[in-house]
Design a protein around this ligand. Sequence first.
Ligand SMILES: *Cc1c(COP(=O)(O)O)cnc(C)c1O
Length: 392
Amino acid sequence: MEKTKAQDKILNTRLPSPCYILDEAALLNNCRILKKLQDDTGCKVLLAQKAFSNYDLYPAIAPYLAGTEASGLYEARLGAEQMPGKECHVFCAAYKEQEFVELLKYADHIVFNSPSQLKKYGFRAKDAGKEIGIRINPECSTQEGHEIYDPCAPGSRLGTTLAQWQASMTPDLIGILDGIHFHTLCEQDSDALAVTLSAVEEKFGTYLHQIKWLNMGGGHHITRPDYDLNLLKKCILTIKEKYNLEIYLEPGEAVALNAGYLYTRVLDTIQNKDTQIAILDMSAACHTPDVIEMPYTPPLYNAGKPSEKPYTYRLGGPTCLAGDIIGDFSFDTPLQEGDTLLFEDMAIYSTCKNNTFNGMPLPDIWVIHENGSLELLARFVYQDFKYRLGSK
Ligand SMILES: *Cc1c(COP(=O)(O)O)cnc(C)c1O
């Protein structure tokens, strides 16, 4: 018998809506690709938790990964506690004193954004037995039109440029470095990495000889079906051998790409002149903020692009925000109140980024296990909205 697709299984189960459903089998498929990359090249892959931090799944994915990467204290703590025995790396544009002291309990690799932060905290971190790195800015933009996702954009605060390095990196600071870190890509293929590596070598090549590891950040869309894995492997092996370096990658998206859904119901259908509109019980502004911020249109199971199928609708949320629109999609039959829809690729930058604007409830988080069974991981109530707003 053919295995029921996770999507059909979910649509045939009357789950409360809206809710996120993480797809364990899809997650593990991604992890197997990442494990093979590590086996083939000797590199280490970390999970960038800011994209995906549903820690109930950490025990399942941990065997395939070298550890976690954090954007600050709380994520570092989550990684250390929920993926015990694995590496715990952290990068933050600037650390606060009190946070830094606590961070030393959790992180084993600490990456600094500037020579001044390195000077302020680096020696203490070194004394505490930590591996120390600095983030560089190779000033090599490989993406267009997405300036908020481009750390190499003019005036960027992320990473140390060569000019800053030359002005401030004294020999004692260079001397305590174990590694160099860069993160410049966003949803890109390995050709962009190759271009970036040339810029890194041209500007910082001398220093690559003086360190142990190079962390090439995230933004590598490794698990996308058309991604050029061979070029990635070549990039890793070339740089690793030339400078005798250990190589880290810390993808977020690639770990959980296409490994989750957002299940929602139609609450109402309305018409404004030529536009047919369906109002859903999910909100783009609250539950899929990247749809508006990035912006992008998520895939919707069994739906087409506008006009591809006979009935086209604009799908929007119930909030007051005029721009709370997920996008325009087309369907085989007219939408009706109570119809259920399933947005795809919803495991990343969703559950870890949602909010309760307008007092919108947070959706449940479920997982569909490899054997097809569904399990509730988190449920939210009025108190989750209220406690963030006051009364001690
Ligand atoms: C965002 C980020 C990542 C992960 O990026 P993805 O695009 O999700 O792969 C990794 N490292 C750093 C420093 C980041 O800021």
